[in-house]
Ligand binder design. Structure first.
Ligand SMILES: [Zn+2]
Length: 753
């Protein structure tokens, strides 16, 4: 038994070693340039220093620094001075954006008893910055409309479309009501949007202790989780439909002189007033509800019976905002490229926070800063990156990606011409590498992760991730796939951070990177996300901040230095085949569900199992969906797979050093175009700001990604004709990509040895 195990292990080791030998020459490098790259990267990884990162965090999170606050500007200027000190060519680029702040917030229960919500996060004695109340933004949801509404209360679970189907079966309407929804399971802005679509007049969102409180772990300051009065701030702008960024300058830069919409005409504000509250404030409201018991899965961790309502609790919600234009300060820094200065590798993390923001965003910003210091150090030692490197410390991310979106919109033409890739982070924890992004960079990110050591286990972060993925797999089939597939899969990008404009709007290949999985985080967007919390409960010794600098810095250097850009298409084609399989299953499941439900309705099942004392209505009968024609997508995926294999074969045979400079430049141009080719000028239906045909945030999930979004959302929303049309449209895009990859392969095949 033991011997057998050993043989198995040796076999695994041999495989691993041969895989590593293949990786000795980095993809896109010659054997000579690869050796030199490895030396510079090794020097780079020695430089980032955890103690520096701790100091930067203490400095940047010392006071509240939201958009428009004095400390936001001070931080931008401090970051600018650091870039300059480290030898970068840096400047601040300012945009003028609509940023509402609360003028009035009131919530009271008027029936059956009186209760006035506190709407305050109290200071905590051991936590010095929690008492900076004069500078703190109160808890609110940015881009909620003004409103003063009174109505019966209805509990709507997470406030998703399927929760309203459930309410309908209980005979509950939210028309004219104020809904109370739990945070979680969707991006927060979906909740007021869906509530308004169902006729609600106001929306409260609270953090339930089962998801974000004492049910998870001890609450702050004894533990990391949300205390009873802690509140999650956040934006509720309808960005999935309208696009992120300044609501008054959709699609173009919010410069001082830009033409602006009137606030009342901005399409992305909510239709009804919204307010986030604590579970301390939510409990008396929920406890005063009667009506049917909320379905089992809806109930949370409060010591009450969760009823759905409506009423008898009746509440009054009043919010009013200052609709001011505020400056955002993007700090932009640059190291010029020595050979291909016109090609840009871009790296960003925001610096603004809702309050003190030690975790979000400072833990990511301090990783970025140590990368910037280290890269500056390498330049002093004689390192000359082939391409230009641009580092960006964005402002205004929290309200809705304002600084990065406005910058990307203002420079759209240049970016589409010059940008090779965008690498993002936005906060950091401890544990496992979490990389998401363009699948043309999946193989590349595996290569980077292979070279970074995990601070806790001393495994490579790739090995640790690989084993974690096996542990997390749902079934034996998935485990087998993970063990056999040469590269670890990365997830696709939805939204929720500054990569959005780069990938979704401009078609620039992007990745988002962090370490996560070992920190329980109950302070998100509250006054308690601060230096005290971070240094007691998160990456307290900053070893993962250092690992993040090492990971992203290595990726940036490799992208900037490769002779031939390291895009790879086998993983991309494989991912498309996986998505296509998922869509067929989704369409099939919808069909089977509709057939089954209609059968149950005609059998009289719902009236037979109905308890007249707890009545439930039968769901409405539905037309059975037609079969969709997936043939165009299958054909496109097949020919894409062949082109990807052809490119990889040609690359393995070709000697990059034999490529004349002009052909190399032309090839790099094609590779840069490979992500742009996945976009269309007209963009997604009904939301043309989103140009990418493979990835988009979901109209009804928000941050959560929808892959092949045109087809997937048409199926989910039961628009069958549209689904067929979208299959044809995305197939054409994939055929264009196939042609581009095929032509790049041909260029490589023609290299004379
Ligand atoms: Zn953030």
């Amino acid at each position: 038994m033991r011997q057998f195990l050993l043989a198995g292990m040796l076999g695994g080791l041999a495989l691993f070693l041969s895989a590593q030998a293949q990786e000795d020459v980095l993809q896109g490098f010659t054997s000579q340039s690869s050796a030199s790259e490895r030396q510079w990267e090794a020097k780079f990884r020695e430089i980032p220093d955890a103690e520096n990162q701790r100091e930067y965090m203490q400095r940047l999170s010392a006071r509240p620094h939201h958009v428009g606050s004095p400390y936001d500007k001070e931080n931008a200027e401090w970051i600018l001075a650091r870039y300059k000190e480290w030898g970068w060519d840096a400047h601040i680029e300012t945009f003028q954006v609509l940023f509402p702040t609360p003028k009035e917030r009131a919530l009271e229960m008027v029936e059956p008893t009186k209760f006035t919500a506190k709407l305050q996060e109290p200071p905590v004695a051991v936590d010095p910055t929690s008492s900076q109340q004069s500078e703190q933004l109160p808890a609110y949801n940015a881009y909620s409309t003004d409103g003063d509404v009174t109505g019966p209360l209805v509990f709507v679970n997470y406030g998703l479309p399927k929760d309203y189907e459930e309410l309908e079966r209980l005979g509950i309407s939210v028309k004219g009501a104020i809904v109370i929804a739990k945070y979680g399971n969707s991006w927060r802005g979906i909740k007021p949007k869906v509530a308004a679509e169902h006729g609600a007049i106001g929306c409260l969102i609270y953090s339930d202790p089962a998801d974000d409180g004492y049910f998870v772990d001890n609450v702050f300051p004894k533990g990391p989780m949300r205390p009873a009065d802690g509140v999650q701030r956040g934006s509720v702008m309808d960005f999935p439909s309208s696009g992120p960024g300044d609501p008054l300058t959709p699609g173009y830069g919010a410069t001082a002189e830009a033409k602006r919409l009137a606030v009342k005409d901005a399409p992305s504000l909510t239709k009804i007033p919204v307010l986030p509250i604590s579970y301390g404030d939510a409990q008396p409201l929920l406890a005063a509800l009667s009506g049917p018991m909320a379905p089992k899965e809806w109930r949370g961790g409060l010591p009450i019976s969760y009823h759905a309502g409506p009423g008898p609790a009746k509440v009054r919600l009043k919010v009013a905002f200052n609709w001011d234009i505020k400056p955002v300060y993007d700090v932009i820094a640059r190291i010029p490229g020595a050979q291909e200065g016109e090609a840009w590798v871009i790296r960003g993390n925001h610096h603004d926070a809702w309050v003190n923001g030690a975790e979000d965003p400072t833990s990511g910003q301090v990783a970025l800063l140590e990368e910037a210091r280290a890269l500056g150090e390498l330049v002093k030692q004689g390192w000359k990156p082939r391409r230009s490197i641009i580092y960006a410390s964005w402002d205004g991310e929290e309200p809705m990606l304002l600084g990065s979106t406005e910058w990307a919109e203002e420079h759209d033409k240049e970016l589409q011409q010059h940008a090779v890739a965008y690498v993002n982070s936005d906060g950091n924890g401890r544990g496992y590498l979490n990389a998401e992004g363009s699948h043309t960079l999946e193989h590349f990110m595996n290569g980077v992760a292979r070279d970074i050591q995990d601070p806790e286990t001393k495994l490579s972060v790739l090995q640790r991730l690989h084993l974690r993925q096996i542990e997390r797999a749902r079934n034996a089939e998935d485990r087998q796939e993970i063990r056999q597939r040469p590269d670890a899969r990365i997830d696709a990008l939805g939204s929720g951070s500054d990569y959005t404009a780069f990938i979704d709007h401009l078609g620039i290949a992007s990745v988002n990177v962090s370490f996560s999985g070992e920190v329980d985080e109950g302070i998100y967007h509250s006054v308690y996300d601060d230096f005290y919390w971070y240094t007691h409960f998160a990456d307290t010794d900053f070893v993962y901040a250092r690992a993040l600098s090492q990971t992203i810095g290595t990726a940036v250097m490799r992208l900037a230095d490769a002779d031939l850009l390291p895009f790879e298409f086998n993983d991309f084609a494989d991912t498309i085949r996986m998505y296509s399989k998922e869509l067929k299953k989704l369409a099939n499941d919808e069909r089977e569900e509709a057939v089954e439900r209609d059968k149950e309705i005609s059998e009289g099942l719902f009236s037979a199992v109905n308890d007249p004392r707890h009545p439930e209505f039968a769901p409405p009968k539905e037309d059975v969906p037609p079969y969709l024609n997936f043939a165009p997508l299958d054909n496109a995926a097949d020919s894409l797979t062949q082109a990807a294999q052809r490119y990889q074969t040609a690359l393995a045979k070709a000697s990059i050093s034999a490529l004349p400079a002009a052909s190399l430049a032309e090839l790099n141009e094609k590779l840069t175009e490979s992500e742009r080719h996945l976009t269309t000028e007209e963009g997604l239906l009904r939301r043309g700001w989103y140009k990418h045909m493979i990835y988009a945030p979901g109209v009804y999930t928000g941050y959560g990604v929808k892959t092949l979004p045109g087809v997937r959302e048409a199926i989910e929303q039961k628009h069958w004709d549209e689904a067929n049309e979208e299959i044809v449209r995305v197939s054409k895009v994939l055929q264009g990509e196939r042609d581009l990859i095929g032509s790049a392969a041909e260029d490589l095949e023609n290299v004379k040895h």
